[in-house]
Design a binder for this molecule. Structure first.
Ligand code: ADP
Ligand code: MG
Length: 682
């Protein structure tokens, strides 16, 4: 067996399983091995059903003696198996979703160990969908760390465990792509060891070592591939100098607001770059709402007026369209032609766009990934701006650059990830950095509150009041539709419930990622034109969306989101001159969860949130909700693994100083991995 082999080489994987694994994005043996556990369970000594500490809100093992037969109740499409046992003076109800065959196994008089979480509904206590163990089977795993994988329908934890174990038994992983001297210097575990321990840790210390090595690995390969990819472009000559008579002064003077001095600084830096002898490669970093878009607009305007084509790439259709609308209106007076190009457009519309691009009937092209498809041929492409930059942007920038005839175009990248400068330099090693560390004047700080669901009625009254005052509201739910076994609000049910709860004149809309692109566009347009007052949405509106008249953001089941994500979501309000509110609505979760969420209430500053979150987690917290969605690494997290990131940056510099193109024979294995990584950064 080899890492690149198709998954059906694994024992017990047939065509049907292959299909299911594909849904998890797994199609090779290596892919399955890299599908690391998302968490670990430590199976401690089971508690007795009468135990006082049974009300703990984290999952536990309970020793249960069944006293009565189980019954099956149907609720809609769902079949629920339920039984109850006496526990500490009252009854504990136990339920399983959609596992009717369990009924036979749950005979009175049996002892079972059930592992799960107890939830409270009014005065009832419910052990919800626990795992079931026979006593002797439990004894075998107790006191160990068992992997928990993310799954899809038809794949069980047990299957994943067996598959990972069989790969590890079969593969020869003894050769390590990280050279020994680097491993020694940075005290890294061997690859072989790390892969074994990440799936089946012997103990917490071994797991921590494994994780540290794999995080280092991921950063190291990423940094090396970025540096190799951008080696030739870093100091390329500037073939797209701004025309001397072009400047943005009168446009800046005509803006309805005064640019902050941080915005001015960032603008001057991009302006100077584009007039210099070398091509621009710059990152603009600034917290949500700091006003990055206008800085990009200024650069685009100057390049377009100098006769170059430019493009602006956004990560989502929704955001691309929003930028398109905004830029079209900003530039309508100026003889700058703006064009939209997204994958969601009709084939005929796309063809039309390609024609206009090639003949330079468009100056600024705004879109998504579609911007760098083969069919697009640019004419003197001089500037590429990517908004809400994420890790996969590097390769995209390379590809777009390759599309330019007549030299390397300028590149401007915008990011809201609040990482300290020292880390940003390592991570974006191919870019110069401008930081916008100031909010526009006159912003009133957002008022935050963290509340439980009993506060909903009050929240709805606040919404009604705000809507009456001409403002708008976002409500975020984690799910699109009802889902078995996941206790969280969903957009579909929530929006119909809300239509009944709110004043009938209030217009409620909904938005989620499974809707067609043109439907999404229509909803966003209606919302920004105030034809929708309350928008119930999933996190699709997380990045970039700018509707300044929205003043209320309510996040249902906020315990399900990472702080960085919550911060992004909250950034959708507080963009205008009116008081805004953010309501963090809390479904369930323990003390740790609420301590984490309190950070959100305490500050509106992205850097501060990241720093406090790190402090709270401490070094012991290896997993848990990821900080940053924007820089999505597989296992590594730029905040939690910042030490590994710094080390990987240093190790990469040392290595490339000795072997600039990784051509030494002892680096052959590493070179292959870096190449793979380079082609993955797409
Ligand atoms: P982000 O940095 O999150 O991308 P945006 O560029 O979308 O932020 O700007 C947020 C809002 O602030 C927009 O509505 C924009 O028009 C406005 N804005 C930008 N700069 C200023 C400024 N200097 N003064 C007042 N409002 C501004
Ligand atoms: Mg933005």
């Amino acid at each position: 067996m080899q890492l690149g082999d198709p998954v059906d080489r694994i024992k017990g994987v047939g065509p049907r399983m292959q299909e299911k694994l594909a849904r998890l994005g797994i199609d090779t043996v290596g892919g399955l091995l890299m599908h690391f556990p998302r968490d670990y369970r430590s199976y401690g000594r089971p508690l007795a059903a009468s135990d006082k500490s049974m009300d703990d809100d984290s999952p536990c093992a309970y020793l249960i003696r069944l006293t009565r037969p189980a019954s099956i109740i149907s609720r809609g499409r769902m079949q629920i198996v339920t039984t109850s046992v006496p526990a500490g003076g009252s009854n504990l109800q136990i339920i399983w979703y959609n596992m009717p065959y369990l009924k036979k196994r749950l005979t009175p008089g049996r002892n079972l160990i059930l592992y799960g979480k107890i939830i409270h509904k009014g005065s009832r206590r419910i052990l919800e969908h626990p795992d079931i163990f026979e006593e002797n089977a439990y004894a075998q795993i107790s006191d160990s760390l068992q992997p928990v994988y993310s799954l899809t329908q038809g794949i069980t934890q047990n299957f994943m465990k067996k598959a990972a174990a069989s790969i590890l038994a079969d593969l020869d992983l003894s050769s390590d792509h990280i050279p020994e001297d680097i491993r020694k210097r940075y005290q890294l575990a061997e690859y072989n060891f790390a892969l074994r321990q990440i799936h089946f840790p012997e103990n917490a210390a071994a797991l921590a070592q494994a994780r540290s090595r794999l995080a280092f690995d991921e950063f190291f390969l990423f940094i090396l591939s970025v540096r190799l990819l951008s080696r030739d472009t870093a100091k390329a000559a500037n073939h797209f100098k701004l025309r001397e008579d072009v400047n943005a002064d009168s446009f800046i003077a005509s803006l309805p607001y005064k640019l902050t001095s941080a915005q001015m600084r960032a603008f001057r830096e991009t302006d100077a770059d584009m007039r210099s002898d070398h091509v621009m490669n710059r990152l603009i970093q600034g917290d949500v709402g700091s006003g990055k878009t206008i800085v990009a607009a200024l650069a685009l305007m100057e390049a377009a007026l100098s006769g170059y084509q430019c493009c602006l790439m956004a990560p989502t259709d929704v955001l691309a369209r929003q930028h398109f609308e905004k830029f079209s209106s900003i530039f309508s007076q100026m003889d700058i032609r703006v064009l939209l190009l997204t994958g969601a457009m009709k084939a005929s519309e796309k063809r039309e766009a390609y024609k206009k691009i090639q003949s330079h009937e468009a100056d600024i092209i705004i879109g998504t990934h579609a911007l760098f498809q083969e069919k697009v041929v640019y004419d003197r492409l001089g500037l590429i701006v990517t908004d809400e930059q994420h890790r996969f942007g590097v390769r995209q920038r390379q590809l777009l650059s390759a599309k330019s005839s007549g030299g390397q175009p300028h590149v401007l990248v915008m990011s809201a990830t609040p990482i300290p400068r020292t880390l940003a330099i390592v991570l974006y090693s191919d870019l110069d950095i401008s930081i916008i560390d100031e909010k526009p004047q006159g912003r009133i700080p957002i008022k935050n509150c963290l509340v439980d669901t009993s506060y909903r009625q009050a929240a709805y009254r606040l919404m009604e009041k705000e809507v009456k005052a001409g403002h708008q509201v976002y409500i975020i739910c984690p799910l699109i539709s009802e889902s078995d076994g996941i206790e969280a609000e969903n957009v579909e049910d929530y929006s119909s419930m809300l239509r009944k709860k709110l004043d009938g004149r209030i217009r409620v809309g909904l938005l989620h990622g499974r809707m067609k692109a043109d439907e999404k566009d229509r909803v966003m347009k209606d919302f920004s034109e105030k034809k929708i007052d309350v928008l119930v949405s999933t996190t699709v509106i997380e990045v970039g969306v700018d509707v300044p008249s929205a003043t209320v953001m309510m996040i249902e089941n906020c315990e399900r989101f990472g702080l960085a994500q919550l911060h992004q979501l909250r950034g959708r309000v507080g963009r205008g001159s009116c008081q805004s509110y953010c309501i963090f609505m809390y479904g369930h979760g323990g003390k740790n969860v609420s301590r984490r969420l309190q950070i959100m209430v305490g500050t509106n500053d992205g850097f501060e949130i990241a720093a406090q979150d790190m402090k709270l987690r401490g070094p012991g917290d290896l997993f848990g909700v990821k900080q940053s969605g924007e820089l999505a690494f597989h296992i590594a997290d730029i905040f939690r693994d910042s030490a590994e990131l710094m080390n990987a940056g240093q190790a990469a510099s040392e290595l490339l100083a000795n072997d600039p193109d990784l051509s030494l024979p002892e680096h052959a294995l590493l070179r292959d991995r870096v190449k793979e990584e380079g082609s993955l950064i797409l």
